[in-house]
Each structure stands twice: as C-alpha cells, then as structure tokens.
Design a protein around this ligand. Structure first.
Ligand SMILES: Cc1cc2nc3c(=O)[nH]c(=O)nc-3n(C[C@H](O)[C@H](O)[C@H](O)COP(=O)(O)OP(=O)(O)OC[C@H]3O[C@@H](n4cnc5c(N)ncnc54)[C@H](O)[C@@H]3O)c2cc1C
Length: 580
C-alpha cells in the first residue's frame, strides 16, 4: 500500500479511508476515486498507484466472489494476523487456489487505519465482543476479551505494538514440540526475513527488506521520553530497542516498536495480504461465517459456511487451515466433534475424536488498570497512546521477565478502579502487566449453535504467584511515576495514591485486572499424545486439518502476541511450501 504523499492527509478525518472503502466495495470505480481525489484538491501522485492497486484488488475480488467455487485447494478460516502471513507467502504457489473466509468486513474503516483511534473499534462490529465469566480471582468481575472481527483480525484493531517473543518462549516451544524449527535461532531468521525495520540497523536481530513495516515510536509523547529518564535515575536499564537483544531474557525499558507508517496502521493485512489480493488464485470471502467443519470419518473435507443468510459447503482439495484465533478456533473444533467427548455429548454433538485438551490451557496477559497520575498540563496522546514500555523480573531467579510495565497516555482504569478513584480524563497511567501467567482457563461451548458465543472461563489470578508478580509491577510503577524525574508531569498521584500492603494490595490487584486481549493456548502444540496439534500444526487424530494462530502456543509468549502470531503464520507457510 502506498504511503501518504500529501501532508493534508493528516487532517483528512478518514476521507481517504472512506474513498478506499468505496473503491474496494465496488461503490466507486477507479475513475470516480481519482475524480474525488482531484476535486478535493489533493495531488494525484502516489494516489494513482494506490488507486491502481485498490482497483486491481476490487476487480479481482469482485470476480472471484460473484460465485464461490465448490472447492479450493486450501480453505483458510480467518484473515487474522497469522492467516495474513500465511497467505502472503502461500499465494506465490500460483497453481494452488486459496479461499480465505472472514466473518467480518474489509478493514477500510477510518478507526482501523488511524492508530490513535484503535480503542474506538472495541464494542463495534469489528469486535467479537466476548467477556470472560466472573471468577473469584478478579473479585467476581467479568472481564472483556475483545478480539478483531475484520480483515486483518487483531492486527487491524490492536494497539500496533510489535513485540517479538523471548528466546526462552521459543526454546520452550521447540522442546515441547520436539522440533528445532520452533526454536529461537529459526525464529530470528524468520523475523529478519519478515521485517522492514526503520530503527538503527542491526544485522543479527532486525530485517530491512521484508513486508512488515515497524518503527520505534515516532515523535513520542514527552511523557514517554521522561519515563525513560526516570528509569535511568532509578537504575533500570534503558535499551536502544525493545526487541533485539532484549529477547535473550534481558530486562529494560525503551520506546516501543509500532506498525505505523506515515501515521497509518500497517496491519498484517496491509503488509502481507493486500499485496496478493489481485492474484487470480486468492479469494477473500468477507461477511462469511465458518459454522463447522465437514468430515468424512476422521478426514476434514471442507467447511460449512453461512454467507448472506445462506448455508453452503466449500470443499478443500488439499487442506483446511484454521486461523480463527484463540477463542474461535477451539469453538469450531468442538462444534465439529473434535473435543472432549463428554462435554460435546452435553450439547448433542457426537465426538469424532475425543480430544480432551481442545479449549483447555487458555492463557492471556493481564494488564492492571492502573496506577494513575494527574498531569500539571494535559498533552493529547500520540501514536497508539502507548509509546514506552519495559520488561522486569518479579524474582531475580527467573530466566526471562514476567512483568511488563506499559505507559498509557490516557487514564487507563478498570471498571472498579475507575469508579473508586474517578481519575480526571487528562490523566496518564503506568500499568503493570503480567506476561508469564501461571493461571489457566478454558473455552467451552455454550450450545451446538454456531451463532452462540462460547463460554470464556479465564480463571484469571487463580494462581497466587500471578497476584504477587502484579503487585511487584505496581510497586515499580509507583516508584517510577513518583520519582523526581517525572515531576513536570505530575500534579498528584490519583491511583492508588499511597503505598498498599497485604489485603489492600491484593484487592487492588484483583479489582484492577483487565487483559491485553492476547487469548492463546487453547489448541496447544506438543509432541505428546494429548496435544491438540503436532509440530507441523496438524490436528492430532484428524487428516486434512491444521491450525495456525494464537491457539497453538503451548505456553503464551511473554510479550504482546501479534508478532508471535505472524511468526506462526510464516512457519505454517514454511511447512506447506518449504521452497517458497
Ligand atoms: C484490542 C486489542 C489490542 C491488542 N493490542 C496488541 C498490540 O498492540 N500488540 C500485539 O502484539 N498484540 C495486540 N493484540 C493481540 C493481537 O492482535 C492478537 O494476538 C493477534 O491478532 C491474534 O492473531 P491470530 O492469528 O491468532 O487471530 P486474529 O488476528 O484474532 O484473527 C482471527 C480472524 O478470524 C476471523 N474468524 C474467527 N472465527 C471465524 C469464523 N467462524 N468464520 C470466519 N472468520 C472467523 C476473525 O474475524 C478474525 O479476523 C491486541 C488485540 C486486541 C483485540
């Protein structure tokens, strides 16, 4: 996708996105697009290339989706982070036909392309809108579990942070899968290939020629740079890059990497999928819901879909690949008879394979909302409102950090904390995050109806060590926020406002718990018989079915999960097409 060439686009209030949407949906043709651009007084250079690309995509996709074929070589469910990386590579196999099924719509809404507005997508049609059921760990609060429902999946509505997994994460995956291709050095090679890194070149860790644009937070908020000065003043390491060497288990703070280019989100859809959408072998069916898998014995032969109120079956000549994410992938398996037989029976579903771990091992990172300060003077947030961050170990003996501190240039508070302290809306937060949770939950079917959302039983903070790790993070956040280096940005500490200990701290942790929306682990990869997928991402006990998304993580990576899911998509492409 071409970048903006005219800085008036900075004030266009979604104008370009609206035109893009009209062009892609066929409501406007290329000539109309160019006429609108010229009439609005914008220079046509750059936009001509954009119009050509979008027109080629529109023409191809309109043609391919007029009537879907009865069969494709690969049927992929979901256009999320991992799927985009997979299809971006797989499409190079010109003789392989690929259908990608997406329940949501195209990604051209202004709130998708504008990274400063990412949170305005939550609760809209671009969000599945799940909520984890109340549990004692969060003082019986129900915690929202937002997830992208749009082309690009989470990468189209997320906070744009590009954080690569720790060496220890990937080494653990290599051990439990019995396959070194999941290990750190293999992962590094893939990241070097996929990145178009805009920061200081680093031949070992960073790539420059790949499809994924990532940059250190551009023109960061002075709060972010001052936080880094505060870290130095208290003796915490400040790193040049929050990826790279940090991945080898180091603690430290830095400006974050973001997938923002010229002020626009470069989602995984824009990075990987758009460049192949004008190819004749790639079809994207939006507003199409995968209801269940179609099986012949233990072989998956296709997918039953609902499209425009009509149900039909699309066959897969080669394989079906589920990329529907950490909640929807196990749901689809269970609806199709792949899951715990006793549980399925309760919903009248006959088990094809008694796969007891489908939906188990649910993990997500917790973000505490939060420690909050009122500033002397308000400055609007920049980029995705989160520009500086750091990783810490709550205990010195840990091999890799388990705590992540995130500065948020908004008064980020949980429901309870927000009510209790009512922070002024000019405030900023320094939030403690739990990135190596020990608590595990599960996803269960609510019914056998594909339209029903499943039960998300997250059981957050059910392990006492998770409470301790967050309490440690909160103490460090308060030390930093109240340090002399931050004084220009602090009129007063609003939340919690004083040192907390014992039960008061525990309640603060539990009442403040929200998530980062990194649902993972529900179809874990492993070499043991109980694992849901093997190292080649094949579903155990089933033929013709693989999974490539956040659900395959045996243990959630200890960082925000988009970059890890992109790695999973790339690995899937390597497995299917080693030479491409
Ligand atoms: C609000 C928010 C903020 C986040 N912030 C960050 C961040 O800043 N950095 C970061 O690294 N990570 C972030 N994440 C997490 C990250 O985006 C996800 O971990 C990642 O996108 C998951 O990738 P995935 O491939 O597993 O699936 P997803 O990206 O979730 O994609 C799954 C796709 O499948 C589609 N789908 C599901 N079920 C069906 C069905 N039955 N039929 C048809 N289509 C279906 C969905 O609509 C979706 O498009 C955030 C997530 C959210 C929701």
């Amino acid at each position: 996708m071409e970048s903006r060439t005219d800085n008036r686009f900075e004030q266009d209030d979604g104008w370009l996105e609206r035109l893009e949407r009209a062009l892609i949906s066929g409501r406007l043709n290329r000539r109309g697009f160019m006429r609108a651009v010229t009439a609005a007084g914008f220079g046509a250079s750059g936009l001509t290339a954009l119009a050509d690309q979008l027109e080629a995509i529109r023409a191809n996709q309109v043609e391919r989706t007029k009537q879907l074929l009865p069969a494709y070589d690969y049927v992929i469910v979901g256009t999320g982070t991992a799927a985009c990386a997979l299809v971006g590579r797989l499409a190079a196999r010109r003789n392989a036909t690929i259908l990608i099924i997406e329940a949501g719509d195209w990604d051209t809404a202004p709130s998708v392309m504008d990274p400063t507005a990412w949170f305005t997508n939550l609760g809209t049609e671009r969000d599945w809108g799940d909520v984890a059921i109340p549990s004692s760990g969060t003082n019986h609060r129900a915690i929202p579990e937002h997830m992208g429902r749009v082309v690009g999946g989470g990468s189209s509505i997320n906070a744009t942070i590009w954080a690569r997994p720790f060496k220890q994460d990937l080494e653990h995956w290599a051990t439990v899968s019995g396959d070194r291709s999941w290990g750190y050095e293999a992962g590094l090679e893939i990241y070097r290939r996929m990145e178009n890194w805009q920061g200081t070149p680093d031949a070992r860790y960073r790539g420059k020629n790949g499809p994924v644009w990532c940059q250190p937070a551009n023109n960061p908020h002075p709060l972010a740079t001052t936080l880094l000065a505060a870290c130095t003043s208290l003796g915490y390491p400040v790193l040049d890059d929050l990826n790279g060497r940090r991945e080898e288990g180091h603690i430290g703070f830095a400006l974050m990497n973001q997938i923002i280019r010229d002020g626009r989100r470069q989602s995984m859809a824009r990075s990987y999928l758009y460049p192949v959408l004008s190819k004749p072998n790639v079809t994207v069916a939006v507003q199409t819901h995968a209801d269940r898998l179609v099986l012949s014995g233990t072989r998956v032969t296709g997918v039953q879909i609902s499209r425009g109120g009509v149900s039909s079956v699309i066959s897969a000549n080669s394989e079906v690949i589920l990329c529907a994410g950490g909640i929807n992938t196990p749901k689809l398996l269970m609806l199709s008879g792949i899951g715990d037989a006793a549980q399925l029976r309760q919903h009248g579903i006959r088990a094809v394979v008694d796969a007891k771990e489908v939906g188990q091992n649910f993990q997500d990172h917790l973000l505490h909302g939060g420690c909050i300060w009122e500033p002397k003077e308000h400055l609007p947030h920049r980029n995705s409102a989160a520009n500086a961050s750091g990783f810490l170990k709550s205990q010195a003996r840990l091999e890799a950090p388990d705590v992540n501190l995130v500065q948020i240039e908004l008064p980020y508070a949980s429901d309870v904390i927000g009510k209790q302290y009512a922070p002024p809306n000019t405030s900023w937060a320094l939030c403690a995050g739990l990135v190596a949770p020990k608590s595990k939950g599960e996803i269960r079917l609510r019914s056998a109806d594909p339209k029903d959302r499943p039960v998300v039983d997250a059981r957050f903070l059910s392990h006492p060590d998770d409470v301790k790790a967050l309490a440690f993070g909160i103490e460090v956040a308060r030390d930093l926020g109240n340090s002399p280096a931050m004084k220009d940005f602090v009129k007063r500490e609003v939340v919690p406002g004083k040192k907390l200990t014992g039960q008061a701290m525990e309640d603060f942790v539990r009442n403040g718990a929200t998530t980062y929306f990194h649902q993972s682990g529900t179809c874990r990869m492993g070499s043991d018989a109980a694992a849901v997928v093997d190292a080649k991402l094949r579903v155990n006990g089933i033929q013709g079915l693989r999974i490539a998304d956040s659900s395959i993580m045996p243990q959630i990576a200890s960082v925000a999960t988009m970059a890890t899911c992109a790695l999973i998509g790339e690995r899937m492409a390597d497995i299917l097409s080693p030479a491409v």
